[in-house]
Ligand binder design. Structure first.
Ligand SMILES: Cc1cc2nc3c(=O)[nH]c(=O)nc-3n(C[C@H](O)[C@H](O)[C@H](O)COP(=O)(O)OP(=O)(O)OC[C@H]3O[C@@H](n4cnc5c(N)ncnc54)[C@H](O)[C@@H]3O)c2cc1C
Length: 381
């Protein structure tokens, strides 16, 4: 019997292990990961190129080093294929592992774009260090990269590639980049800043076909226009990994549904990170998962706490035009009030009574994010 088993070696899985060990040095813990268990910070994947960092420099420890550091058993390259909650048992391809309490830190899968054409399966996506290693290898000798999706990850890769000297084309369904996070005026400043670095945009478009061409690929968009590129990277969004939980009878929605004790519908099974849905919120960012990891470490070591979230701004790593965003809740009544300042741009979303619902800050204004976030109501009390 393994008192505590964590599934996943991303920031959530290792974040929990770290927080748990701050409170309890000895209770046996097993961490199981489908990947090789290297410790790395995923946000570094979208700015490593222009910083001159090779993929292998991004891992701080391998699984063996992490096991020693955290006094844990780490089963890497081991995929869990089923959970049997009645028997408190996990099944891997080769083995069974009994648990007392189980934490799902399974992350999210990139959406696969729906594409026709003979090169549709050659489109890359980057959601972990192995993907990134493949991507960096594929970049050798290439010059022109097409990115599908102009959300946070697409914009960050566009900036990183452009800063490293690549020509970049972004195909984005929205009318401006990050349209779910920022108003048009802010999106346009980012558009122009990235254009100045060699990024060209195809707004309001999706890619329909990818075909091999003489050198590289031809993308055909939904208006029949074509874009040539040496490599195609898809960044059109993520879907929480819920299948394993769902098959075990655990309640799922957009993510694996947990309460404010991070517990799923089955007692003794918890979920954190990109795979989790708390009070309707699926928040695929670092700050929420670190807050979850601290709370769950307390709960697993016998201190009852309830998860709460402050307002949490996210920095967009686009040095061509840095942004800090705290989007208002969907359908929050109010309007964007936009001010261009000497330092940059400040877009504040205010409700009918003047309350600050959220913001988007650009350029030098990003420095005000912490101060402004204090004026926004807590996301989860
Ligand atoms: C390029 C990029 C840049 C980003 N930049 C930022 C940023 O600047 N700021 C920010 O806040 N957020 C950023 N994010 C988001 C942030 O990195 C994620 O929210 C976070 O890393 C998710 O961690 P996780 O541990 O939940 O998931 P993951 O890191 O995806 O880990 C999931 C783990 O589960 C394992 N697993 C899955 N299925 C199984 C199974 N069946 N059996 C065993 N193991 C399994 C996987 O092998 C993996 O180890 C970025 C994301 C990307 C892709």
């Amino acid at each position: 019997m393994h008192p505590i088993v964590i599934l996943g070696s991303g920031l959530a899985g290792y974040g929990l292990l770290r927080e748990f060990r701050k409170r309890d040095a000895n209770t046996p813990i097993t961490l199981i990961s489908a990947d090789d268990g290297r410790v790395y910070s995923k946000p570094n994947l979208s700015n490593a190129l222009s910083l001159g960092r090779a993929p292998e420099q991004l891992a701080t420890d391998d699984a063996r080093q992490a096991a020693a550091k955290f006094n844990a058993r780490i089963l890497h390259n081991t995929r869990v294929v089923a959970i049997d909650p009645a028997a408190r048992m996990l099944r891997t391809a080769a083995d069974s592992v009994a648990y007392d309490r189980l934490v799902l830190a399974l992350g999210a899968d990139p959406f696969a774009p729906s594409l026709d054409g003979d090169a549709a399966d050659e489109v890359l996506s980057v959601n972990d260090l192995d993907d990134y290693t493949r991507f960096r290898r594929a970049l050798a000798e290439k010059q022109h990269i097409a990115i599908l999706g102009g959300g946070l990850i697409g914009c960050e890769f566009a900036n990183d590639l452009a800063a490293a000297g690549y020509r970049v084309s972004v195909v984005h369904l929205g009318p401006w980049p990050l349209e779910r996070l920022v108003p048009r005026e802010v999106g346009e400043l980012l558009t122009r800043a990235l254009e100045a670095h060699g990024v060209s945009w195809h707004f309001g478009r999706t890619a329909k076909r990818v075909e091999r061409a003489d050198a590289g690929y031809t993308l055909t968009l939904d208006d029949a226009s074509q874009v040539s590129a040496d490599l195609v990277l898809s960044a059109i969004g993520l879907r929480p990994r819920t299948q394993l939980a769902q098959a075990a009878g655990i309640a799922t929605g957009r993510g694996i549904i947990v309460d404010q004790r991070l517990e799923t519908s089955i007692p003794g099974i918890y979920a954190i990170g990109d795979c989790a849905e708390v009070a309707g919120h699926v928040l695929p960012y670092v700050q929420p998962l670190l807050i979850q990891a601290r709370a769950l470490a307390a709960i697993l070591t016998g201190t009852e706490v309830r998860l709460s979230y402050p307002a949490m701004p996210v920095m967009v790593k686009t040095p061509a035009y840095p942004l800090a965003v705290l989007p208002p809740a969907a359908n929050a009544p109010g309007e964007w009030l936009i001010e261009t300042t000497e330092a940059g741009i400040r877009a504040l979303h205010r409700g009918p009574t003047g309350a600050l619902n959220g913001f988007a800050l650009g350029g030098g204004e990003t420095g005000k994010r912490a101060e402004l976030a204090k004026q926004v109501a807590a996301l989860l009390a």
